[in-house]
Ligand binder design. Sequence first.
Ligand code: ZN
Length: 341
Amino acid sequence: MTKKLLVTALFPALATQVSAINIMLDFDTHSSTFFDNATTGAAARAAVQQAADDLSAAITTKLNAISAGDAGYKNTGTDQSKSVTLDSTIGYTNPNTGATISGLTPALAQDEFKIYVGARSLTGTTLGQGGPGFIGLGAGGSGSNTGTFANAAAAASAASTADMGRGSSIVAGTLSGTIGGANYSTTFAPTLGNLWFDNDNSTTWHYNHNLVPTGTDLYSVALHEILHALGIGTYDAWTNQVSGANWSGANAIASHGTGTGLIDGPGAHIAENTMSARLSDGVMQEVVMDPDIQVNTRKELTELDLAFLRDLGWETVTVPEPSSTLLLGLGSFALLLRRQK
Ligand SMILES: [Zn+2]
């Protein structure tokens, strides 16, 4: 099988972009895995880093910085003698051990989305797993639960969402509750994620993303798992647009022509064998977010993968594509509209 080498600069037009998401990888917990191996470690980390860089370049959403500790994660609302304080926390899964690391209040830089990367033994044919981290919210109040107490809770909610929402419209999750009869709620933008790869010698990994893959391509699987961390198959915004095998999001429907049958059975992936145009050259390829990948195969980001991200609320690059496939699709659509009149 002959495969073209991956083009290293996928998005050369982005040089003028001033700000976009910055996916930062943390390999600190990677010890005793192939990321730590003297022979494979450098190439393995570089492949995952390239996947993160390619997604960082494709996503134009800006995320505000969050200050560490109380300055960023604790918000108090007051009204007269009443006050409500909301304590937000975030966390992730240790990618090597599966241990839950929660209750964190770290500083996050402008546009930073940090992903903890590792490896562990995965059963069956599973190559990797990825997802967003955890969010937590606690509430406390002073003053009685009458009169302006609800105003204090509302003010705390607004202040908390302003910080944790990071000034963006992309929602990783919302936590809410009641205190003293008053409702509170905080909406969280993406902050942390986690992903891990199979590490029990049942998978023959291909590490070097600059070479034609001979084995299971780590770069391709990394793209897939990072997209899970960014919400595909995981955020509420995903679940809310899935009904059985059908997708209701407008961007993916526009890209694919229909949302009917576009979702894989268990509901966390694009349907098996779905094709879309690669960003790099417009050639049709199986999407990154279908459930599996063949050996000796590299996947690159496709237009449909990005369309799903836009349906989740992410802003992405638009694909500069004078491809005949796309023009034909538009022509067919226009014809269909005329027939309906
Ligand atoms: Zn998956």
